[in-house]
Structure formats: structure tokens, C-alpha cells
Design a binder for this molecule. Structure first.
Ligand code: ADP
Ligand code: MG
Length: 266
């Protein structure tokens, strides 16, 4: 065994590993061979112009969109498909639901259930998908609501919350599943400017707690501050993958420079 093999054998598996991922919608090639490895506790910001494939990549990572080709592995376990003997078969819906509780998603438009109050939104998946005991789940949900500053709203229905409050509930809901990885797709871009800060504060606290986060965002200052790594996409490819220090001061490609001129120096 050489040194690097020994290191690989004792290293924890990546939180997320994306292998040679392609996604096509009809004749439109949206993701064209994505490879990405994210270690536990890392915060990765996904940047790129509109239409570059950021949302599709996040949706493929938790198999909301089955990729046309490629694999996604969450802490050593493939999502979406499994081996039966030497055949690969698609996961059943319950298997997928279980898997998705390990890799939760926070959407631009919150996607709260309108017929459930705040507590109901947060406890639904832990009770019904993860089959955890109700009293434990409820106590944890209340603690999470304290954390995101919404304990007082626990009996309110989503229609009566502001956008910033809805997004904080969505984040608490994702945390309640005790998921290992959280995917956030432009979590602040549907918010009024004055509500952005309260949501970024909550996300910042998750990075400090050591959560593994993949965040598609156009909040450049925030990305520069919280990201361990910037992944810059264009036309379905990753074209830069580097530290925020380098990305924001010395981007390596013309495409990234043009992008930064539009978003950061505008
Ligand atoms: P981004 O999040 O970077 O703006 P998206 O992943 O949303 O990019 O979109 C990438 C491309 O894929 C766009 O051209 C978009 O129109 C297309 N696309 C996304 N979802 C679908 C879909 N369900 N059906 C067809 N085309 C889609
Ligand atoms: Mg998008």
C-alpha cells in the first residue's frame, strides 16, 4: 500500500460525490459531465449566470431530477439507484424519500405546505418518513424554531408569514431531518431586500455549526465570506473551482471575469 492509498482508506468518505453527471431535457444538454467532491463540513457556493445549470445540478444531486447519466454518492451511499447482484435498479419511492432526508433541499420559493402550520411543516418528514417518536421530534422542532427566531410563530400558517420568515421555517424543516447535507437553491432571491439579511444570518450560523452546505446564490459578498470553495458554472460545465480569495480577485477564465464585472463591480 502506498501512502495515498492509506490516506484514502482512513479518510472519511466525501459528504457528496458527483461522478460524470449529464442531464438532458429533450435535445437540450443542460449538464455536460459534472464531477464534484464535497467533504463533510464544507460550504460550497455554486455561482454562474442564469441558465448555467445550477438548479438542475442541485436537483440532480438529490434525485428530484434523475440525471441522464452519472452517479451521486452521499457519504458512501449512491442515491437514486442501487445494486441488485450485478444489475443497477432504480430506487423505489420510499427508498428515495429516506435517502432525501439525508440531503435536504431549501428552495427559492420556500415550498412550505400551506395546509400545515409552522410546527406541522417541520415535524412532517421526521414523523412520517423517518418514523421518529413524536414527542422527541416536536421538542427538537421547537428548539430549531428558537434557533431561527420563530418560536412565537409555531402555530401560524405559512400564508401569514413574510418571505424571510417562510425561508427560515424551510431551513428549520431541513434541519429537523438531521440531514447530513443541505442544498440551498438561491434561498434569498425571492425576498424583499430588507428580508435577505435575516435569512443569510441563519445560513451563516449553519456554516459555523459545521453543516455541509451547497448554496446556489447571487449574493456575491455572502459567498465570498462563507464559502470554503467557489464552484463556477457556465453552460452546464464547471469551469472554475477555487477558493473565494482567488475567485474574487484573480478569476482564471474570461467567462468568470465577465460574470464578476456584472455582479460584483456593477
Ligand atoms: P440556473 O439555475 O443556473 O439558472 P437551470 O438549471 O435552472 O439554470 O437551467 C439550465 C437550463 O436548463 C436552462 O436552459 C433551462 O431552461 C433548462 N431547464 C431547466 N429545467 C428544465 C426542465 N424541467 N425542462 C426543460 N428545460 C429545463
Ligand atoms: Mg436556478
Amino acid at each position: 500500500m502506498v501512502m495515498s492509498d492509506i490516506r484514502d482508506a482512513i479518510a472519511p468518505p466525501p459528504a457528496v460525490q458527483v461522478l460524470d453527471l449529464f442531464k438532458q431535457f429533450g435535445s437540450l444538454q443542460v449538464l455536460q459531465g459534472i464531477n464534484l467532491k464535497i467533504m463533510p463540513g464544507e460550504t460550497v457556493c455554486l455561482l454562474g449566470p442564469s441558465g448555467s445549470g445550477k438548479s438542475t445540478l442541485l436537483r440532480c444531486i438529490n434525485w428530484l431530477e434523475p440525471p441522464t447519466q452519472g452517479q451521486v454518492i452521499i457519504h458512501g451511499t449512491p442515491i437514486g439507484q442501487r445494486q441488485v447482484g450485478n444489475r443497477t435498479v432504480p430506487m423505489s419511492t420510499p427508498e428515495l424519500s429516506q435517502m432525501r432526508t439525508r440531503i435536504s433541499m431549501v428552495f427559492q420559493h420556500f415550498n412550505l405546505w400551506p395546509h400545515l402550520n409552522v410546527l406541522g411543516n417541520i415535524t412532517e418528514a421526521p414523523i412520517h418518513v423517518q418514523k421518529r417518536p413524536k414527542p422527541e421530534v416536536k421538542a427538537e422542532a421547537e428548539a430549531l424554531l428558537q434557533k431561527v427566531g420563530l418560536y412565537d410563530k409555531r402555530h401560524i400558517y405559512p400564508a401569514r408569514l413574510s418571505g424571510g420568515q417562510k425561508q427560515r421555517v424551510a431551513i428549520a424543516r431541513a434541519l429537523a431531518m438531521r440531514s447530513e447535507v443541505m442544498l440551498l437553491d438561491e434561498p434569498t432571491s425571492a425576498l424583499d431586500p430588507e428580508l435577505v439579511g435575516e435569512v443569510l444570518d441563519v445560513i451563516r450560523s449553519l456554516t459555523q455549526d459545521g453543516m455541509t452546505l451547497i448554496i446556489a446564490t447571487h449574493e456575491m459578498k455572502f459567498a465570498e465570506e462563507v464559502a470554503n470553495r467557489i464552484v463556477f458554472m457556465d453552460k452546464g460545465h464547471i469551469i472554475e473551482e477555487t477558493s473565494p480569495q482567488i475567485f474574487f480577485t484573480r478569476p482564471q477564465t474570461d467567462r468568470a471575469r465577465q460574470f464578476l464585472e456584472r455582479y460584483v463591480y456593477a
